[in-house]
Design a protein around this ligand. Structure first.
Ligand SMILES: *[C@@H]1O[C@H](CO)[C@@H](O)[C@H](O)[C@H]1NC(C)=O
Ligand SMILES: [Zn+2]
Ligand SMILES: [Zn+2]
Length: 178
């Protein structure tokens, strides 16, 4: 096998091993939190959205319902998060009554990309699903260009049972109960 092939294969294996580790850690974390579900936890995304405590990230967009800011660990040149001001743990906490909110968050992210001369249809826009979530406050990722992402992030943000594109999330919410 030639050397560059070997290198690529090794990177691929390292990426998979890394993903496995992330999966194990998030399953472990979700298990250890289960007993405190009814307790009101500190949530730093709530703090960001309501301008409490510091230092918060710069809010690129703010509406009555949600804010958009740069991801602290960007996976590409442009990587933003849209989070609602109301606390929801994840997509799983939502039902059809939240369809409008998710549609407006998606539209807000797309509009923000357009304001930066980025075609939002070429961006990766979606949600991680529990237990594969880093922060337990609903957040919509917007990432561009996808080609910037390393193998680990490509896996983390590919349509799968751990990541749902916003259009798929909206379609699913349409089918949920009110
Ligand atoms: C849907 O969400 C609303 C608002 O949070 C809540 O009042 C309602 O009970 C939920 N419906 C179901 C079926 O869970
Ligand atoms: Zn929160
Ligand atoms: Zn996420």
């Amino acid at each position: 096998m030639c050397e560059s092939n070997m290198k690529r294969k090794r990177l691929y294996i390292a990426g998979l091993a890394g993903l496995g580790l992330i999966v194990l850690v998030s399953i472990y974390k979700s298990g250890s939190n289960r007993s405190s579900v009814s307790v009101i936890r500190d949530c730093f995304f709530c703090d960001f959205a309501h301008h409490r405590k510091g230092p918060p990230p710069v809010l690129e967009v703010e509406t009555d319902e949600y804010v958009i800011f740069k991801d602290k660990y960007p996976a590409a040149k442009h990587h933003y998060l849209a989070i609602p001001k109301e606390h929801f743990d994840s997509l799983k906490a939502l039902n059809r009554s939240h369809l409008g909110l998710v549609q407006r968050m998606e539209a807000g992210m797309m509009e923000f990309f357009r304001s930066k001369n980025i075609d939002p249809t070429k961006a990766v826009i979606g949600f991680h699903l529990p237990p594969f979530i880093s922060v337990r406050h609903l957040h919509l990722h917007g990432i561009y260009p996808p080609s910037d992402m390393g193998i680990g992030n490509q896996i983390s943000f590919m349509s799968s049972f751990w990541f749902k594109k916003s259009e798929d999330a909206i379609r699913e919410l349409e089918g949920r109960e009110l």
